[in-house]
Design a protein around this ligand. Structure first.
Ligand code: BGC
Length: 352
């Protein structure tokens, strides 16, 4: 197998941030597949998987220095996002009649944990092995407005089946809300526009949004809409249609309600790079999936492959609970109580 992987220089990820040391950790499996994780934002930096010609392709759109990840325009690339991934309307929610106010960092709404979410903190490395790493962060009571001291663990495991298994667990000492996701940006060709990637999403329904990308609250069939990815289709096929939902997102930026009965691990989505023929299956225990087609990418950052992160040069499949669940009684709950353990598993499986 030819390994075209860029030599990642660890020292570009070694920095002191908030008096804590960041670093880069490489996971490897027996096939020669390898991936890098940084403890800055418990972040997935890259993953090199074989294409049909046995060349290793980096399927993660990311950067080769920590300084880029510190820029607001690159803040969520590959990161562990929390305490509440996605949006909370007006940055307000209520638990047991008590009102909580969190940061409005996305126009009038809260997004991805606030001004300084889990993506922007340095996590402690608890264990590191050849193919697995466990990271921990303790989010103090009141951080970004959220109640309760929350202890969070993220474990990344690169399996010999070319899967990245992402496991989140968390506990709290007060009732709080939680919604964690991995925010990797994928390009299964390794570069270029993603419009010709094909995609299926195992969802009969999705949650339409208002113009600020907050779900309006109803759960709507995808049938006869641009959101029908139940049969394989190109990401770009309906991306420019004259549909109000597509206009609000400037493309796809919507939560799909996955077809499942309980929180069992099940297939959420599959994608394929049209050039590399690399396929990715996403399996999750989560009820929802935010499909974001890289609509706000604007070319302001240089990716590891030397190209810029232009409009739609990557897409995200963020496994999650639904956006604004704390304000929507009909959505699955995101409440975490003391004594309970939040657990969420997502598997990204690559093959050709
Ligand atoms: C959101 C997008 C946002 C992006 C930022 C996605 O999860 O849905 O609206 O621009 O994250 O990385």
């Amino acid at each position: 197998m030819s390994d075209n992987s860029i030599a990642f220089e660890k020292d570009r990820f070694q920095k002191s941030i908030d008096a804590k040391q960041t670093d880069l950790f490489i996971l490897k499996n027996k096939n020669g597949t390898h991936a890098a994780i940084s403890n800055y934002g418990a972040r997935w930096i890259n993953m090199f998987v074989p294409d049909k010609n046995q060349n290793l392709i980096n399927v993660i759109a990311g950067f080769d220095t920590i300084e880029t990840y510190q820029k607001p325009s690159a803040a969520y690339y590959g990161a562990t996002v929390g305490r509440y991934a996605n949006r909370i309307a007006d940055g307000i929610f209520t638990i047991d009649d008590k009102k909580y106010i969190v940061a409005k960092n996305n126009d009038i709404n809260h997004l991805h944990g606030g001004h300084k979410g889990f993506n922007a903190v340095v996590w402690d490395v608890i264990t590191i092995d050849k193919n697995t790493i466990t990271l921990k962060y303790v989010s103090p009571d009141g951080e970004e407005g959220y109640p309760g001291n929350l202890e969070v663990f993220v474990q990344y495991t690169l399996t010999d089946d070319n899967e990245m298994v992402v496991l989140f667990t968390a506990t709290t000492d007060q009732v709080t809300i939680i919604n964690l996701t991995n925010h990797a940006y994928f390009n299964l060709n390794g570069r270029g526009n993603i419009n010709n990637h094909s995609l299926t999403i195992n969802a009969d329904n999705y949650t339409p949004v208002n113009k600020n990308l907050i779900p309006v609250g109803n759960i709507v069939p995808v049938n006869d809409t641009p959101f029908d990815f139940r049969k394989i289709k190109k990401i770009g096929e309906n991306i420019n249609t004259d549909d109000p939902q597509i206009k609000y997102g400037n493309g796809y930026d919507h939560n799909f309600m996955l077809n499942k009965k309980d929180n069992a691990l099940s297939l959420a989505a599959s994608a394929e790079g049209d050039i590399s023929k690399i396929k990715m299956d996403v399996l999750t225990s989560e009820p929802g999936l935010q499909f974001y087609s890289g609509n706000f990418m604007d070319g302001s950052n240089v990716l590891t492959n030397g190209t810029t992160d232009d409009h739609r040069t990557a897409f995200c499949l963020e496994t999650q609970h639904f956006p604004d669940s704390p304000n929507k009684e009909n959505f699955p709950t995101t409440i975490l109580k003391p004594g309970d353990t939040f657990k969420s598993t997502t598997i990204f499986r690559f093959y050709y």
